[in-house]
Structures are given as C-alpha cells and as structure tokens.
Write a protein that binds this ligand. Structure first.
Ligand code: U5P
Length: 243
C-alpha cells in the first residue's frame, strides 16, 4: 500500500519491512487459495476479518504465556510483528477427523479422534506440502529435536486454550495449522508462534448444527464464506460492525 519495502508475498499475506529493526508489517490480503493454489478467488473483506481474529487470538495466547510474533494491530489490514526465521513446517493439530486425515486413513468426517493428533508438513509449494515425520525434520535439519518438542508443547497448549475459547461461543475446534519462527537472543534461539490463526487456518464447526464456519466453505463451494468468518468474529465479541 505504501513505499515500504516488500520482504515476502505469500498467497494470503504480504510482509513489509517494519519501522524498527527486528520488526515486520504483516498485511492481510483478500485472496483465497486452496488445493495448492489451483483454486483462487478474491473474498472481499477477508483480510480485514482475519487481521482482527488473528490479533484477538494471538493477544489471548500471549496472555497465557504462549509467546508469538504479534506486537500490535496497525490498521484494518496490517499488524506489526516480530521478525522471525520461519521454521519450514506446518504443524497441524487435530481433534476430530476431517480433511486430509479422513481421506488418508478412511475415517468418517466428524468422528472424534481417540486423542489429539499432531502432524508435520514440510512447507514446499512445488511438492504440495508433504507430510513428514520427526525423522525427516531432524535428518534434513529443518528443526532441532528440542525445537520439535517445544513446537509440539506449544501447539497442544494452543489447542487446549482455543478449544475452550471456541467451545464457550458454541464453536467446535476440529483442527488447525500453526507455524513457528526462531528469534535469536545472543547465542540462543527459541521458537515462537508466527503467521496467523484465523478461519483460513482452522476448521470451526457450529457446536449445535455442525455448520462449517471456516475455509472449507471456500474449498467446497458451500457459499457464505465471509458471512461465516464474520460470524466467528461476532461470537468472539470482536468486529461488532462490519467494515
Ligand atoms: N491447513 C492450513 N494450510 C494448509 C493446509 C492445511 O491452514 O496449507 C489447515 C486446514 O485449514 C485445517 C488443518 O484446519 O490445517 C488440516 O488440514 P488438512 O490437512 O485436513 O487439509
């Protein structure tokens, strides 16, 4: 939007140089993509809603000690974040069978899993983000064993907290994806939560009707995508009026 230097452009967000060293500006676009960007659309207002929902969730997570990159929201579409070195993994936590695990293991969508399951995917668009194990992650040095342990522990804390938060507003947290980044402090580095947490990265079902309130509405052409994202924001008590 301005003369700021663009650092990176992804499918749904842009990262710009921040005002101080060690900071970046994360800009939320209206672009929606699915199936490794084979399906594309512009969903008017999505960026504004996801900026607010991610702000809300990251702020709450910070409040319970889950460190993350969020510093503050700057405007409707932008937030100031800490610059991190992104770990090239998507960490997925699942509570209920849906999406790729249902397909891969022949499970019925909606079937509760015996316990929460964590999966890792290697972030590589050309390869379609293949699922990988800790063996692959450590062998190829994508993350250290301690970092894997830390990411798993944080992902489970996020799951516990968000499951409760959403349950309180009549939403079931089926599954979600998080990403992590390294911050360096002298000789040490630690992983913190990065990217976004929004209806683009979670499966959220109405607890009573099982209606989908997330990106599956776009993936599966169910319609009312923005209306559903807005409903999530409304139930969380944010975005009392639409922009
Ligand atoms: N997910 C993402 N980005 C991806 C792939 C998956 O955010 O590139 C999220 C989905 O929205 C879902 C969870 O909440 O991870 C598991 O997705 P799937 O493996 O069932 O497709």
């Amino acid at each position: 939007t301005t003369r700021r230097k663009k650092i990176y452009e992804g499918k749904a967000k842009i990262l710009y140089e921040g005002p101080e060293p060690g900071t970046l500006i994360q800009y939320f676009k209206d672009d929606a993509t699915a199936f490794n960007a084979q399906k594309k659309a512009i969903l008017e207002g999505k960026g504004v809603i996801n900026n607010r929902i991610s702000e809300y969730i990251m702020t709450r997570l910070n409040g319970i000690g889950v460190q993350n990159h969020f510093i503050r929201r700057l405007n409707l579409r932008e937030q100031l974040i800490k610059e991190v070195e992104i770990v090239p993994l998507e960490v997925v936590v699942r509570n209920i069978a849906a999406g790729s695990i249902a397909t891969r293991l022949g499970l019925t969508e909606g079937q509760p899993l015996p316990r929460s399951i964590i999966e890792f995917y290697y972030k590589d668009d050309k390869l379609g983000d293949p699922m990988v194990t800790e063996e692959h992650i450590t062998a190829f040095n994508w993350a250290a064993t301690q970092e894997i342990d830390d990411m798993m522990a944080m992902a489970l804390r996020v799951n516990d907290y968000l499951s409760g938060l959403f349950a309180g507003v009549g939403i079931t947290l089926v599954d979600f994806k998080v990403e992590f980044g390294r911050v360096y402090e002298g000789d040490f580095s630690r992983v913190i939560l990065a990217d976004e947490i929004s209806p683009d990265s979670c499966r959220l079902w109405d607890t009573v009707t099982n209606e989908k309130l997330d990106k599956d509405r776009f993936r599966r052409d169910l319609g009312n995508v923005i209306e559903s994202y807005t409903e999530v924001a409304r139930r969380l008590g944010i975005m009392k009026e639409m922009p």
